[in-house]
Design a protein around this ligand. Sequence first.
Ligand code: ADP
Length: 436
Amino acid sequence: MMPSRQDWLIIGALALAALLLGAITGAWTAMLLLAVLVWVVLQHRELSTFVAWARRPLTRPRNRLETWQRLSDHLYRRLRESRGRTARALERLRTLKVITDALPDAAVIVDRVGAIEDFNRAAGAFLRLKHSDRGANLAALVRHPEFVSLVRGQHTEDLVEFASPFDDDRRLEARRIPIDSRRALVLVRDVTQLNRLLTMRQDFVANVSHELRTPLTVVVGYLETMSSEALDAATLRELLGKLESPTRRMRALVDDLLLLSRLESSPQPDPESLTPVDVCAVIRGCIGEARVLSGGKHRFECECDRTQQLLGVENELYSAILNMLTNAVRYSPDGGDVTITWAARGAGARLAVRDQGIGIAPEHLQRITERFYRVDLARSRVRGGTGLGLAIVKHVLKRHGSALQVESELGRGSTFFCDFPAHAVRRTSPTPQEAP
Ligand code: ADP
């Protein structure tokens, strides 16, 4: 610590005072000693002030002498800078922790032998890791041969998929990413849903191919017969007539597939852009088509409240109602009654299609809206079903804020119904001829 100008001034003043007092009193030594004592007292006071501040250096130091002031101010500034740096680093750490904890995948940092250094929140859920597991070996806590060799860096691939040791229904995918020569990051994600979707997609492609192949084989068979044999005009006409049914089936299937894919891929209809649909008019149109399918063998009854209109997409509602009605025809014996009702229910409205058909056993009810799920495949095919009807109904209703419900009794019939929420229903006043 270099003496400042102020120090020299004080030393000079003290020496001058000692000389003057020495000259007056003649006690030179005593006066010089007194001057030194005053200097020591001053320095001691500054030292005490400095020590008191240094114990809790949160506010500005209070030294008065310039040399001490310079020293303590310098230390105070450095302390503040380093406090600021620490606070910023802590903030960054906190943000990083929040980010890693928000990740849906488990992230674990392990050392060369697999000992856990740190992990995020998802690792607690997927791998059941606890705070006390820090330092333990990850391979010992999650015991699956493939995972263990991955954690130890001994696996040939950097990615393994395995069944969760904690939950048989879950499939996990783990990846090891080296960070430096000492550590690696092990990422684990739940691929159960992804696998399910992939299986569904494979099943779907297999189903579509199978559904198309059957009528296509029939068409090809007839075409081969027609081209290989010399046939008279009447036989040719008869064979051409036989092509109609399989081609109609293929067309129905392609139409349903296109509609389903449109329903799945198009965004939810904007409630603002929906217009009130005259459900009774839609029902009338659908009954007309269902009558054609029935060939006059079923009786149709319609109880329709014309004052209830539905905010929706008309052609989608048409497809849904037609599918429910044609199913009622398909799965009812000749002579059966089919009743469709559209009426207010609570603040909303209910649509219901009731038949007296073959009914559905309870164990099938959960699955009948799955694509290509049929209780009786042969009956569905013979009656022109594509296996996609109820999947279409389910999607249309979902897009209109409703859901398909079924009540059915084997051998007695079924009721397919759905309730629409109040905000989707518009009540109009009855026209004079409808008013009671
Ligand atoms: P499909 O084209 O085969 O009718 P859907 O998706 O419309 O396909 O229906 C799925 C299955 O649900 C049908 O194959 C049938 O087994 C059953 N099902 C649907 N509606 C009825 C009904 N009204 N009565 C009895 N079973 C029905």
